[in-house]
Design a protein around this ligand. Structure first.
Ligand code: SF4
Length: 277
């Protein structure tokens, strides 16, 4: 897709502007795919395993195309606002970015989020047998068709909890780094936009943390013998949540386009005809 096609697509009124900026990118579970331009752009690629495979040329060709179109649009916007991209001191910009990165990594909530990703890996790695045995046990119960048991429901619940934990495991850290980066850049550059953007990213992280807490609660219900390690994970997640709430007190109130704001309803036939009178 070239620049002009992209611009034309962006003008389609069916899309909610910016919905993809503060979502969790879990398109498979998203009820807004028909209103999302990012989904429309990636839809064909999602079905094409070649463009999803980092070892395949198609993946790199696709990435090249995305970078090229992005650069063309960036240049066009820069020209419109009279910004000379060649005048940017790239060395100085890289130095500043490095400073931001180092400051971001020092934030207590970023450290806590990184610690959580490692704790999850450890739990999953050390409980492979437990999960496999549980799958066998549920399969046996399903085969035996014992009244009063619901092995299929239990299996689905466990699968759902594991998928949720896996989905947000790294995303919480990434979103918190982005939020911290926004705050820090805002301080460095007196940039008024960054704090709002930071709140949006922090909100996505908060949602991820809360869903992960619920998912670990679900696993605890299924694996009561895992009480100690799971409670440990939950304590860490709850502490992280308090840290994020303290660092971004306005994050929960941030209205994510389309996701927190009700989509505009199409006018009814009566409203349309009364407008014509
Ligand atoms: S808004 Fe929904 S469909 Fe669009 S990128 Fe986010 S998760 Fe995917």
């Amino acid at each position: 897709m070239d620049k002009e096609q992209l611009k034309k697509l962006a003008k389609n009124p069916k899309f909610i502007s910016g919905i993809y900026n503060y979502c969790d990118r879990w398109c498979e579970r998203c009820p807004f795919t028909s209103k999302c331009m990012t989904y429309a752009l990636c839809e064909n690629d999602i079905d094409d395993p070649q463009t999803q495979d980092i070892t395949n040329k198609a993946f790199w060709d696709k990435l090249h195309e995305i970078f090229q179109v992005t650069f063309e649009m960036l240049k066009e916007t820069a020209d419109e606002i009279g910004l000379d991209l060649n005048a940017i001191d790239h060395e100085e910009a890289a130095k500043q970015e490095e400073q931001v990165r180092k400051t971001v990594e020092k934030q207590p909530y970023c450290r806590a989020a990184m610690k959580y990703t490692k704790m999850v890996n450890k739990w999953l790695d050390s409980n492979k047998d437990l999960l496999e045995n549980k799958a066998d046990e549920l399969q046996t119960l399903a085969d035996a068709q014992i009244p009063g048991t619901r092995p299929a429901d239990d299996a689905l619940k466990i699968q759902d909890c594991l998928e949720i934990i896996r989905w947000y495991q790294h995303q919480i850290y990434v979103k918190l780094c982005r939020a911290a980066g926004g705050l820090i850049r805002g301080e460095f550059e007196d940039n008024e936009y960054s704090p709002q953007d930071a709140n949006g990213s922090a909100k996505v992280a908060i949602i991820g943390i809360e869903r992960s807490i619920a998912a670990w609660g679900g696993l605890l219900h299924q694996f009561p013998d895992q009480e100690n390690p799971i409670l440990d994970l939950l304590v860490n997640l709850k502490r992280l949540l308090r840290q994020v709430d303290a660092a971004f007190p306005d994050a929960r109130a941030f209205a994510r386009p389309g996701l927190d704001t009700p989509a505009k309803k199409s006018p009814t036939r009566r409203q349309r005809s009364s407008k014509l009178r």
